[in-house]
Each structure stands twice: as structure tokens, then as C-alpha cells.
Design a protein. Structure first.
Length: 290
């Protein structure tokens, strides 16, 4: 499932920025980008993400941005400014130049304006509580987006399961007549061949009975309906069910394949082909959901 989450948390004279993005993947995979001095936190970040994400490839970016106080700032060296001013005045007198020395000129002197040292790096152990809090907030935002996608997918799943249920009902209604049609077709072929067979011929009755037994699909229909009901019930659960749904989708495909092999009827075969198409669409989607 896809999603994006972002969190910004102020901490001391810094702010921690978390960005999380997730794309579809059958398993769970986490990629972490951290400031170099916090690289020791990567296992903890990975563990926290995996505790909330069961499927998908997640990219986690963690940045520590310094504020105006802790960052690099400009400082004026008053002593260097006075010395530079005095030197300029002395030079002005030697050359007999008129005019005054401006502040802008003084500030341009060597060593008058210097940059302060950057903020000192903070140890990973000290930073972890703030990173954990920001990461949890970002994961919450990511989960919200993924849940919305899950609700849309659940609606699509229910629609397809409804079509499978209607198809199974149609197959169950039509199947009892398959043996009767086979009986009539068999008798018609015998008659066209000019063979005299009495209506109560034992061989004919045995052939029809064997056909009815081989083409009986009542168990497959029952299992198909059971898988549909179980699939629907799992959609209502709050916990991750993607792997279970993946398994059920495979079982739905198995039952449809068996129905296609055993039904021995053109009209039912067409319905089964449509069912296979719906199940295949289910299988493509459930491989990604959590």
C-alpha cells in the first residue's frame, strides 16, 4: 500500500523533520536516511517502522535542522574593528585624504566579522526520545493515508466478492440439469448411430451415473462460498490481514479451476471463466495490502 507521512517537532534549539513514503511490496522493507552522527539509531528506527508496517517498502528520512541561535551566525570582533579603524585613519593622515571612514568600510576589514561555530552534534542516545516521538507522529500520518486507501480497496473487494457469490448461486442452480442434458445427448447419439437401446438399459444408466459422479461440483461450490464469507469477514477486522487474504485468494482460484475442470457444461464454463477473471483481480490487489 502507498502513503506519505511527515512530522516536524521542535526540540531544544533544533527541529527534527521526519518524512516517510511507502510503496507497494509483498513483504516489508525499510530504507533509513539519518544524519551521520545519528547512524547508530538506524536499528531503532527500523524496528519502530516495522512495528507499525507489515507490508510495503518504506523510505524514512530523518533530518535535524538547527535554528537561528544554534546555527552558524555572524559575530563582530570589536577589537579587530577598532584596530582596522585606527589603521585607516592613520593611512588617511599620511596620504592627506579628506572624508570619513564609514561603518561599512570598517566591517569589510579582515577579521572584523567572523562566523560563529556551528552547533555541537548531539549524541544519539540523547536525541532518541525526540526522534522517536517525531517518528511515531510521522508513522501515524502515514497510517492514516494507508487506511484511506485500504477502505477504497475493501469496497472494491466486496463488489467483486458479490459477483463471485452471484456466480456461485447461478452455477448451483444450473448444475443439476447438466446430468439430464448429458443423458439426452447420449441417447441422441445412440439413436443417430442406429443402435437400439432400451430406456432401462443398465449400461446406459451406469454411464450416466458415472458422469454425474465425475461432474459433481457441490463440494467445490460449498468451499467457494465458504472462502467468500471468510474473505468478507476479514475485511472488517482492524488488524493486518493481507497475508491471510492472499492465501484465501489462492484458494478461491483453486476452487474456480476445479469447477472449470469438473463442470462438463459450456454455459457453466463461461461463468467459471468470468469468476477466474474476478479472482485474478483480487489476487493482484491483496498481495500489496497490509
Amino acid at each position: 500500500m502507498t502513503g506519505y507521512g511527515r512530522a516536524v517537532r521542535a526540540w531544544e534549539d533544533r527541529q527534527i523533520v521526519i518524512e516517510l513514503s511507502a510503496v507497494n511490496r509483498r513483504g516489508a522493507e525499510v530504507s533509513v536516511a539519518l544524519p551521520r552522527e545519528w547512524s547508530a539509531l538506524e536499528p531503532r528506527v527500523r524496528e519502530l517502522v516495522l512495528s507499525r508496517i507489515a507490508r510495503g517498502r518504506v523510505q524514512a528520512s530523518i533530518q535535524c535542522q538547527t535554528g537561528p541561535v544554534a546555527g552558524s551566525t555572524s559575530l563582530i570582533d570589536a577589537g579587530a574593528a577598532r584596530r582596522f579603524h585606527d589603521e585607516l585613519l592613520a593611512l588617511q593622515g599620511e596620504l592627506g585624504l579628506a572624508g570619513s571612514v564609514s561603518l561599512e568600510t570598517i566591517l569589510s576589514g579582515p577579521g572584523v566579522v567572523r562566523e560563529s561555530a556551528s552547533a555541537e552534534p548531539i549524541a544519539p542516545e540523547r536525541a532518541w526520545p525526540a526522534v522517536e516521538a517525531a517518528l511515531s507522529e510521522g508513522l501515524g500520518a502515514l497510517a492514516t493515508m494507508r487506511e484511506e486507501e485500504g477502505r477504497r480497496l475493501a469496497g472494491d473487494f466486496r463488489a467483486r466478492l458479490g459477483q463471485l457469490r452471484a456466480a456461485s448461486d447461478t452455477i448451483a442452480e444450473q448444475h443439476p440439469a447438466v446430468a439430464d442434458r448429458h443423458r439426452e445427448a447420449l441417447r441422441d447419439r445412440i439413436q443417430r448411430a442406429g443402435i437400439e437401446v432400451p430406456p432401462d438399459d443398465e449400461r446406459l444408466a451406469k454411464e450416466i451415473a458415472l458422469f454425474a459422479d465425475r461432474s459433481d461440483i457441490s463440494e467445490e461450490i460449498t468451499r467457494l462460498r465458504g472462502h467468500i464469507e471468510q474473505f468478507e469477514s476479514l475485511l472488517a477486522r482492524p488488524e493486518p490481514v493481507g497475508r491471510t487474504l492472499d492465501f484465501l485468494a489462492q484458494e478461491l482460484a483453486r476452487e474456480c479451476n476445479t469447477l472449470g475442470v469438473k463442470c462438463n457444461d459450456l454455459a457453466i464454463s463461461r461463468i467459471v471463466v468470468a469468476c477466474k477473471a474476478e479472482v485474478e483481480k483480487l489476487r493482484e490487489q491483496v498481495q500489496n495490502i497490509e
